[in-house]
Design a protein around this ligand. Structure first.
Ligand SMILES: [Zn+2]
Length: 320
C-alpha cells in the first residue's frame, strides 16, 4: 500500500511507553501505548515494546518497514545505542538498547535522545520546516532540546550535544535533577513552575492558587489561574517567561538559529508566555540576534516519534 516507507517509532518515557508506525511524510498510521513497566526494568520494557509492535501491525506491514527508531530520555550514547542512565527509570544503566532491539526485531535500529529526536521531528515536519538553523527546547517536567545548525542535526561526542536544560544560569539557584544548582531546568521547567505555584499557594490567603491544597498545585493549575486573571499566577508566569527568554538568549548566542521552537507541556501557555519571553530575550540578546523568531512547536507529543522514525529512515537511505 505505502511501499517501503514505513518506520517503527518507539518513545520510551518515564511513565508512558508508546509505539507508532510512521510513513515517509511523517504521518502516524498506527499507534499504541502502555504504562512503562518501571519496576520490571529494561528486560520487561523490551517485552512491552514487542507487544506494542504487535498491536500496531508490525508483522502485517513487515515488508514495508525500513527500521526502528527509538527516542528515550538521556543521557544516552546514540553512537552505540546504549542508555547511559535514566533518572526516572532505575536499572537501565549501560543497557545496550539498540543491539537488543536489532536482535529481537531483525531490523536496523537508531536510539536517539528524546530532545534531539523531537528537534528532528519539528525540523522535518513541524514548526522548523525549511529552516537550516534552529534550536528546539522542550519545557515540561524537565527541559531538553536539540539543535540543527547548517542544515544538520547536532550530535557531538557520544551524541550528547543539546542538553540545553543544564546550562547553569544561577549558581546559587535551586538544585537540579542533575545534582547541580541553578540549571535552566531547575529554574524554568514545568516542575519549577509547579513548585513556585505551591509556594505561592502556601504564602497567600486569597486568590486562585490559595484556594487549592498547596501540595497538589501543578504547572497546569498556575496556567489556568493566570488565564482566569489571577494576579499571583500571572506574576509566576511572567517570572517563568523571563527565565525562558534569558535561556533562549544564551542559546541564540551559541547557535545563531533562525528560530527557537518551544515545545513540551508548558508550551500550552505559549500565548501567555510569549510577550515576556521576547522582552527578556531582547534585553539579553546582542542586537544581531534580536530578530530570532521564538515560535511554538507544532507536533506536540508526536515530535519525538516522527523524528526518531525519520532518523532511521535517513540512516537506511545513506549508502554505507
Ligand atoms: Zn541540571
Amino acid at each position: 500500500l505505502r511501499g517501503k516507507g514505513l518506520a517503527i517509532a518507539i518513545d520510551l518515557g518515564g511513565t508512558q511507553l508508546r509505539a507508532a508506525l510512521v510513513d515517509a511524510s511523517g504521518a502516524i498510521v498506527a499507534r499504541a501505548s502502555a504504562a512503562t513497566d518501571v519496576a520490571g526494568g529494561p528486560q520487561a520494557t523490551v517485552v512491552q515494546m514487542s507487544e506494542l509492535c504487535a498491536r500496531i501491525g508490525v508483522e502485517e506491514h513487515r515488508s514495508g518497514i525500513v527500521g526502528l527508531g527509538v527516542c528515550a530520555p538521556g543521557p544516552l550514547d546514540s553512537e552505540t545505542g546504549t542508555i547511559i542512565g535514566i533518572p526516572t527509570l532505575p536499572g537501565w544503566e549501560d543497557f545496550p538498547l539498540a543491539a537488543t532491539l536489532a536482535q529481537k526485531f531483525g531490523l536496523p535500529v537508531v536510539v536517539e535522545n528524546d530532545g534531539i529526536a523531537a528537534a528532528n521531528g519539528e525540523w522535518r515536519f513541524g514548526a522548523g520546516r525549511g529552516l537550516r538553523h534552529l534550536v528546539y527546547v522542550t519545557v515540561s517536567t524537565g527541559i531538553g532540546g536539540g539543535v540543527v545548525v547548517d542544515g544538520r542535526l547536532l550530535h557531538g561526542r557520544r551524541g550528547l550535544a543539546g542538553h540545553v536544560g543544564h546550562m547553569i544560569m544561577a549558581p546559587d539557584g535551586p538544585i537540579c535533577s542533575c545534582g547541580a544548582r541553578g540549571c535552566f531546568e531547575a529554574l524554568a521547567s514545568g516542575s519549577a513552575l509547579a513548585e513556585a505555584g505551591r509556594q505561592a499557594a502556601a504564602a497567600h490567603r486569597s486568590g486562585a492558587l490559595a484556594a487549592l491544597p498547596p501540595r497538589v498545585v501543578t504547572a497546569r493549575d498556575v496556567v489556568a489561574a493566570a488565564r482566569g486573571g489571577d494576579g499571583v499566577a500571572t506574576s509566576l508566569l511572567d517570572a517563568e517567561a523571563t527565565w525562558l527568554g534569558t535561556g533562549f538568549s544564551n542559546l541564540a548566542h551559541l547557535y545563531s538559529p533562525e528560530a527557537i521552537v518551544m515545545g513540551g507541556g508548558v508550551s500550552q501557555a505559549f500565548d501567555l508566555l510569549h510577550p515576556k519571553i521576547v522582552a527578556a530575550f531582547e534585553a539579553y540578546a546582542m542586537p544581531p540576534f534580536r530578530t530570532t523568531k521564538i515560535v511554538a512547536a507544532e507536533l506536540g507529543d508526536n515530535a519525538g516519534l516522527v523524528g526518531a522514525a525519520a532518523l532511521v529512515r535517513d540512516k537506511e537511505a545513506q549508502p554505507g
